[in-house]
Design a binder for this molecule. Structure first.
Ligand SMILES: *Cc1c(COP(=O)(O)O)cnc(C)c1O
Length: 341
């Protein structure tokens, strides 16, 4: 209600204000996913939140984004298991695909990142550097003007989250299955009307259970599939057999991108293909999930072109977000675990 008063009004006008203290009441919004006037109103709110974010980003970052673009957002702590590097590889794959004509009918997209790395987490800092260099490559290519843009915002924090989340169309929740205990960012995006592009990990599982798999974009290995790969996963074989994987990964070492002679990018490359710091190569299965991720991402991009249908998916996500209230969680603890009510 505080960070998205526009969407709050849209909801309250239709189902009353009870949802603010009883989030399950959002269910009453579900029938409006088939109401053209409500979908239109939702799209106007989303547009307004994008315009506000664009103004904020222009002031803060000196970068001008277009509110006409699809906004694809990954904001969370920087960690290998959250796989921001997989996102960056997929952006490169889309970039190369647009260049060579493999990808057509692409809805212009702003790929946004926000994250902090722990002070001593050198490899996480290398990923931040890598994404910034991908952004430099893409944003400086005149052929990409009006087609795609990449930005890593500075000093991501709660105040920034309040601006980014309401403006998002696609919520990136792409951790390796079995690594994210729950996640809470995923719920914030859902509540603000974004679809989840994600793995069956953490609370993404419950999100899809409630909002429907058809209203989200799920891809990648399950926990069981990851477990079955134990001891026999061969990322180098994947790399050798797939030219798209090879091209994206090779940007770490072929001079496409510049890490300022630190060796940071070569270390990332080695971690993926040789193993480093007591981990097996590609410990988080980026290469295994790479093609399914790119496919799901392009599917979301194509679906987005039908603005009303996509808005329907977004609205159904809002309608089914009620159980992700902390009030519901605490009430359940009080009853089932603490036995105090
Ligand atoms: C919600 C939130 C997080 C946690 O995000 P996850 O996607 O669940 O990891 C981290 N930082 C900020 C600023 C947040 O608002």
């Amino acid at each position: 209600a505080l960070c998205n008063p526009e969407l709050s009004s849209l909801i309250t006008e239709r189902i009353g204000g009870g949802w603010i203290t009883n989030l399950d009441a959002l269910e009453k919004l579900a029938p409006y996913a088939g109401d053209p006037a409500a979908l239109d109103a939702f799209l106007r709110v989303k547009r307004q939140k994008k315009e506000q974010l664009c103004a904020f980003i222009e002031a803060r970052e000196g970068v001008r984004l277009s509110p006409d673009f699809l906004f694809d957002v990954q904001i969370k702590r920087l960690h290998e298991y959250k796989r921001q590097l997989l996102n960056a590889f997929s952006i490169l794959d889309i970039y190369f695909g647009l260049q060579d004509g493999r990808i057509r009918d692409f809805t212009p997209t702003a790929f946004l990142f926000g994250a902090k790395a722990a002070p001593g987490y050198y490899r996480a800092k290398a990923v931040i550097k890598f994404i910034n260099e991908v952004a430099r490559l893409v944003n400086s290519d005149p052929d990409m003007r009006g087609r795609m843009q990449v930005l890593f915002v500075q000093n991501y924090n709660v105040s920034y989250a309040e601006k980014l989340i309401p403006a998002a169309d696609v919520s990136e929740q792409i951790s390796t299955a079995g690594t994210e205990a729950s996640g809470t960012g995923n719920m914030k995006f859902m509540l603000n009307g974004a679809v989840t592009l994600g793995t069956l990990d953490g609370a993404n599982i419950e999100i899809v259970e409630r909002a429907g798999i058809e209203n989200n974009y799920i891809f990648g290995a399950t926990v069981e599939e990851i477990a079955a790969l134990a001891g026999r996963y061969n990322p180098r074989a994947l790399y050798k057999s797939d030219m798209r994987i090879q091209r994206a990964v090779n940007t770490l070492i072929d001079g496409t991108l510049d890490d300022g002679h630190t060796g940071m990018f070569r270390e990332l490359y080695a971690a993926l293909l040789e193993g480093a710091s007591w981990h097996a190569p590609d410990h988080y299965f980026l290469l295994h999930d790479f093609i399914p991720y790119c496919d799901a991402r392009l599917r979301a991009n194509r679906d987005y072109a039908d603005r009303a249908a996509f808005a329907g998916k977004c609205l159904l996500n809002v309608a089914h977000a009620g159980s992700f209230s902390s009030d519901r969680t605490v009430a359940e603890y009080a009853r089932d675990i603490w036995g105090c009510v």
